[in-house]
Write a protein that binds this ligand. Structure first.
Ligand code: ADP
Ligand code: MG
Ligand code: ZN
Length: 479
């Protein structure tokens, strides 16, 4: 039987506010354990929460960017459960009146664009962090109370690849909105994946499992692929799927059961009595809408229309806000879009990836980058030399002119200077020379390569080719 895959994702995005969701504690990452906690986020009796307006604003920003309806009347609720990382024994969350409802996010697949429905987005607070050591566990409450936005999709995702694309697109949007760092390693972006199978064409949803402990987008994709296989095998052998929460074991590449739904807790949601329901005024929503930044999708369209970039190139450049910014900043100084995009997508991305570095931490300026492009564009250095210069620029931050001088990389475009080398190459490669004379045009490229080699990459290949051609015309005639 053919099965259809049904996936829904729940993403928790840590909102990049300076202080926590309901108190004034700092949210700074990496501080000493329990130095960022107070009676409010530790739930001491008598302490009262106050909503962080920035967190609300960020939540509205995301809701708008995901085409959701921002709810006029919204409120907070207590989600009760007992766990050592939760000092209050309840989490302040939103239950039946969430901040945002009913939006969508468009993802790009190979042949088509697909809308993934957004079921809801709501604000809540993070829990603390447990650190397990030997026979005991420690708890750090610095994270307890940091604002989160939980973004829940409709079950519209049909494959692990689509899930991956959704996450890439969502991350880009959150970064553009400047509301979340989206660093999965630091836990500022987290994802739970729900998945079920159903016979092709069936209306009803199958029984789902929920996958947790997914520490990267790749883990989400791998875990879903694994789970599809596992569920399929069960269904094909006539067994039923147990609704349960599974943990992904990255190194073992399999899932294992954490808890079944039967024993799942009843959260006993009820309205948070210390935070009354409130109305968000239209003017507030409009004011936030008015200053929303240009989002990746719109930016991509503009790059294609305005600068003639290909769909592919534009897609890569807008995928990272900092890269898009760098592109436009370079373009302002040097209006050659294709050249710039080639260098950004090719050599510069290569340098950054190999250093595991982001473009924001580049050690040279846009101006320096423009100098490099100018040198190549005016054929004063070869493409090969330019790549070497770029590597040096990334290493030391030195200007391209200085590097070119130090390494003596200026390209030889003077025909006279190249003649001597061409003579040597012709003399040393009789077979290729004869091949060329007998009509094998390919042999010329080999000889050009030899000139490049002898000149240590400094010969201008175009000039070298002309010089060689001229010499070969004559060759054999004088002999
Ligand atoms: P729960 O109450 O278990 O948290 P929800 O109804 O809140 O479940 O849905 C959580 C997520 O799971 C949503 O993204 C939703 O789209 C998805 N989902 C719900 N039912 C299914 C299903 N049968 N198969 C796959 N995904 C599902
Ligand atoms: Mg849920
Ligand atoms: Zn606090």
């Amino acid at each position: 039987m053919n099965y259809e895959v049904v996936i829904g994702l729940e993403v928790h995005a840590q909102l990049k506010t300076n202080t926590k969701a309901f108190c004034g504690c700092s949210t700074q990452f990496g501080q000493e354990a329990n130095t960022q906690a107070c009676p409010v986020c530790l739930g001491f009796p008598g302490s009262l929460p106050v909503l962080n307006e920035k967190a609300l604003e960020y939540g509205i920003r995301v809701g708008l960017a995901l085409h959701c309806q921002i709810q006029k009347l919204t409120k907070f609720d207590r989600k009760n459960y007992f766990y050592p990382d939760l000092p209050k024994n309840y989490q302040i969350s939103q239950y039946d009146l969430p901040l945002a409802l009913g939006g969508f996010l468009e993802i790009e697949l190979k042949e088509l664009r697909k809308r993934i429905g957004i079921h809801r987005a709501h604000l809540e607070e993070d829990a603390g962090k447990l650190i397990h050591e030997g026979d005991h566990s420690l708890v750090d409450y610095n994270r307890a109370g940091i604002p989160l936005l939980e973004i829940v999709t409709e079950p519209d995702i049909s494959s692990p690849d689509e899930a991956y694309e959704y996450l890439v697109s969502l991350k880009a949007i959150l970064k553009y909105l400047e509301v979340c760092d989206c660093d999965m390693e630091k836990g500022s972006l987290r994802c739970d994946a729900n998945i079920s199978l159903r016979p092709q064409g069936a209306k009803e949803l199958g029984t789902k499992t929920e996958l947790k402990n997914l520490n990267s987008f790749k883990a989400v994709r791998d875990a879903l692929s694994y789970e599809i296989k596992r569920q399929k095998e069960l269904l094909e052998s006539g067994k039923r799927i147990v609704q349960e929460t599974l943990l992904w074991d990255e190194s073992g590449e399999k899932t294992y059961s954490m808890r079944t739904k039967e024993e799942a807790m009843d959260y006993r949601y009820f309205p948070e009595p210390d935070l009354p329901a409130f109305v968000i005024r239209d003017e507030k929503i409009q004011a936030i809408k008015d200053v929303l930044p240009e989002l990746p999708e719109a930016l991509k369209k503009r790059f294609i229309a305005q600068y003639g970039l290909s769909d592919y190139d534009a897609g890569i450049i807008v995928a990272e806000k900092a890269l898009a910014k760098f592109f436009e900043a370079t373009l302002r100084l040097y209006p050659k879009a294709k050249l710039i995009s080639n260098w950004l997508i090719g050599p510069l991305s290569y340098e950054l990836n190999s250093r595991n570095m982001s473009i924001e931490s580049l050690s040279f300026s846009v101006e320096s980058f423009v100098s490099l492009l100018t040198l190549v564009d005016e054929a004063r250095i070869s493409n090969l030399a330019a790549k070497e210069v770029l590597t040096q620029m990334c290493n030391t931050g030195a200007s391209p002119e200085v590097i070119v001088k130090e390494k003596n990389l200026l390209q030889v475009s003077d025909a006279g200077e190249l003649e001597g080398i061409a003579d040597k190459v012709i003399a040393g490669n009789e077979k290729s020379t004869a091949d060329y004379k007998s009509g094998k045009a390919n042999a010329l490229m080999f000889l050009v390569g030899q000139v490049m080699k002898l000149s240590e990459g400094k010969a201008n290949p175009k000039v070298a080719q002309e010089v060689l051609k001229k010499k070969l015309e004559k060759w054999g005639k004088d002999a």
